[in-house]
Every structure is written in structure tokens, then in C-alpha cells.
Design a binder for this molecule. Sequence first.
Ligand code: HEM
Length: 283
Amino acid sequence: MRLVTILFPHLPIPAHRRRDTARARLCEIFSGIVSSRKTSYPDGGPNDMLQCLIDSRYKDGRATTETEVVGMVVSALFAGQHTSSSTGTWTGARLLARANAKHLRAAVQEQERIVERLGDRVDYEVLQEMDTLHRCIKEVLRLHPPAMMLLRHARRSFTVRTMEGDEYQVPEGHTVASPLVIHNRLPHVYKDPERYKPDRFGPGRGEDAAGGAFSYTAFGGGRHACVGEAFAYMQIKVIWSHLLRNFEMEMVSPFPETDWNVVMPGPKGKVMLRYNRRMSTTA
Ligand code: HEM
């Protein structure tokens, strides 16, 4: 999706036509799955997310409709797919950039220590041990948040007061845009904010915690904060722990620019690596 999509979601441009055709096809596929689930298991199917959505009831007791279930499955798919793939790529680009050699070394050494202690398995428990890699990903998300803006509809008018004491009135019915790309780089919260420094989240530092509740919003915040945060970290750690354990890698393309023309700004162009299998294969 293009940047213009945020402001004019129905502008008649080729990208929107392709989006609408793809969504219609996806809805056809998912509707088929939902109705075959309902027919095959009239008394409740397997214990999974799809079944939870089918069985859910609103406060007034009304059941979810097929269109609503399909809509939620489509949103879950899109909420989790581009966000995670773009973060996985940026993690590689940041860790393999020459300027960040010490962070790459720290992440590899952490894997070596974990393998020595727990063997070469990667499961839920082992993933919780990867603090260094976790901070490397968290810092990637601070600098390259896939969702660059949080949008909210003001149901009531309210007043915002800035740090300098200026006041702004937000009228009822207006849309409030909160740009992550700016507030994840505020210099009074993050020291040297343009630099990739995973240690800023380390023990005794916690710059985001010191900055207040909404200083780090790569996963949003409040009632609609990302439900997939823990899963997202896990899947990116699974991928990168495997790569760090098994390959020596070097980025041979320049550090990528950001593609600001799309709704989720990923790296522009290709990120090219040279790699060799590590001699002491661990996984
Ligand atoms: C690096 C990966 C991810 C990032 C950066 C991310 C970011 C976000 C952000 C910023 C929001 C809040 C949007 C808003 O307030 O308007 C959000 C919401 C959401 N995310 Fe994620 N997300 C990621 C991965 C995932 C995954 C893997 C899933 C599902 C498995 C997921 C499911 C959702 C859902 C369902 C919501 C909507 C929650 C609600 O409205 O109550 N996300 N995500």
C-alpha cells in the first residue's frame, strides 16, 4: 500500500484496485474455510484461533457473523506478516552493518553461551534467554517501526498540553495521528537517538521505561496495543538465532535506505549478504 492510502484509502489508483481484487479473493478463500469449519464441526471444532472467533459472542449475546470472522482473520494475517518480515530484514541490515560489528559479536557470543549451556534446541524456554538478541530487535523497531503512525478518532474533544506548556484543542470527530517515527526518536527520552544502540534497553539503562508509559510505541499502547508482540519477538528470534549460530555473514550492499512511499516503510531495494556456513555447526 502507498502512503497516500492512509489519507485516501479509496483513491482510484492501480495499487488500490489490486488491493481490492486481492482482498475479495482472500475473503472468498477464508469464507470457504469458515463455512466448512461450521459444517464439519456443528458442536464446536478444534481449540484454535479460528474456532475462538467463530464461537465468540458480543456483550448482548449476538454471535459473530461470517463476514466479521473473515475480516478479523484477514486483519490478523496482515497485522503479523509485513510487520514481522520487515523487522526481520532490518534486524539483519542493522546487525551486519560494519558500524555495528560489536553488537553482532555480542549477539553471536550470546548464542554460543546458550548452546554451551542448553544445547542446540530452540524452544520457548531457550528463546527467553536471548536478551541481547531481544534488545537488538527492540532497537531495530525503535528506529524502523513498521507502523509509522497510530491513528485515533477523537470521540470527544480534548486538550493536549506539551512539555513546553503549550495547549492544543483536539475537536470531537477529528483524527489524531501519532507518528512513531518521530516520538521513538525524541532526544529527551533517547540519548543519541539516531544511533543504533541496543544497550539503551539494557539492565540499569531502560531509557524507554525512564521516559514514561508511551515512550516506546513500536507495538502501540493502551487498549489496542499489539496482541502479537510476544509472538513477533519469538519468530524473529527463531530466524536470527538460527542464522547467527550457523552462518558467518557480511552485508555486501550498502546499508539500505528506507522506502517511505509505502504504508509500512521497509528497506528500499535489496539487502545483499555474503555468507559461509560456520565451521562449528550448532543447529
Ligand atoms: C514486529 C512485528 C509487529 C509490529 C511492529 C506490530 C505493531 C503493531 C502496532 C503498532 C499495533 C497498534 C496499532 C494501533 O494502535 O493502531 C498493532 C496491533 C495489532 N497487532 Fe501487531 N505488530 C507486529 C506483529 C504482530 C503479529 C505477529 C500479530 C499476530 C500474530 C499481530 C497482531 C496485531 C493485532 C490483531 C493488532 C490489533 C490489536 C487491537 O486493535 O486491539 N501483530 N501491532
